[in-house]
Ligand binder design. Sequence first.
Ligand code: HGY
Ligand code: MN
Ligand code: MN
Length: 415
Amino acid sequence: MAITSNMRINSERLWDSLMEMAKIGPGIAGGNNRQTLTDEDAEGRRLFERWCTDAGMTMGLDKMGTMFARREGTDPDALPVYVGSHLDTQPTGGKYDGVLGVLGGLEIIRQLNDMNIKTKHPIVVVNFTNEEGTRFAPAMVASGVFAGRHTLDWAYAREDAEGKTLGDELKRVGYLGDEEVGARKMHAFFELHIEQGPILENENKDIGVVTHGQGLKWLEVTLIGRESHTGSTPMPMRVNAGLGMARMTELVNEIALSHAPNAVGAIGHCDVYPNSRNIIPGKVVFTVDFRHPEKDVITDMETRFRQGVREISEGIGLQHSIEEVGGFDPVEFDHGCVTAVRAAAERLGYSHRDLVSGAGHDACWINRVAPTSMVMCPCVDGLSHNEAEDISPDWAAAGTNVLFHAVVETAVIVD
Ligand code: HGY
Ligand code: MN
Ligand code: MN
């Protein structure tokens, strides 16, 4: 039996589940603050787990706390088709970033159950731990361990701003599993995600067929100057770490603009010490986020930035150090999986266009160990990592219908 264009998910049920999940870890402006391995994240995980078991799935949990919900196939030896994303959010996150990909995967299972459809390959819905990298840097850390990019011990040692480690927090919230991370073999992996950029909405397209993901480099910079009185210290005597950060912020912007239109660069995290109104900052720590679809441009941006840090530091008399705290090369997704997504959009009659993902996703790491691709739907004003992040129920349904067809086509319907 082949999948046909009238086979669609239940969009009301999907939307209700998105709204239900959004009640957990509410933000202060209508979005979510469900940071990884907090009590709010644990509550969201428990709700997801209940929904999965209600849908007849069996749960698995690995040593990074990544959750796997499995629907059996007719061939127990066939490698499963995996589908999913992440339930953790930014501190001022939206209701759909990551969540749509996990609950869209759950909706596929619910719809297959309603239609009593069996597939040859099992299907597994995944919730990856700490995709956001906001509480514990870097982003996509659990999928990075799964793909062999990070060791488990390195991931466990990641610390949040209060000095708590990822490993301890995993234990505290009760999501330290016993499965070896990465032991699971996948037939394919599909991730549905909001675009988090303006292209699909501006071009009035329903679906993004994601062919590539741009590369990323996170550099943590520490500048050491000298604390002194903001009032009585003559300007020539100052060793102002804050001034260094200000000049380097401008440098990041300049370097990114020099590679227009595709390069991006910003500083989103910074700590100023002692952060007192009348003390010249003696130390600042900040993280630079450079991204581009081509590896050699990222390398050029990093090289020029490092050179600039040396020169600016010398000019002010600062000591400096730079540590790479995250990064991955640009990604080209699997041709077969991309074709399955494109064919699904065409079969379902959705307008679509090929897309390079601006944001990083778990799929970017999983692509190293299994055939992988992504489906994207538009978001309002291309806004994300902002509590005002918004999508329409129709966009959610369109993305999930395409995901449904791509996953079930790959998992092979059995008559
Ligand atoms: O940083 C990213 O691109 C993702 O949102 N974690
Ligand atoms: Mn995301
Ligand atoms: Mn995100």
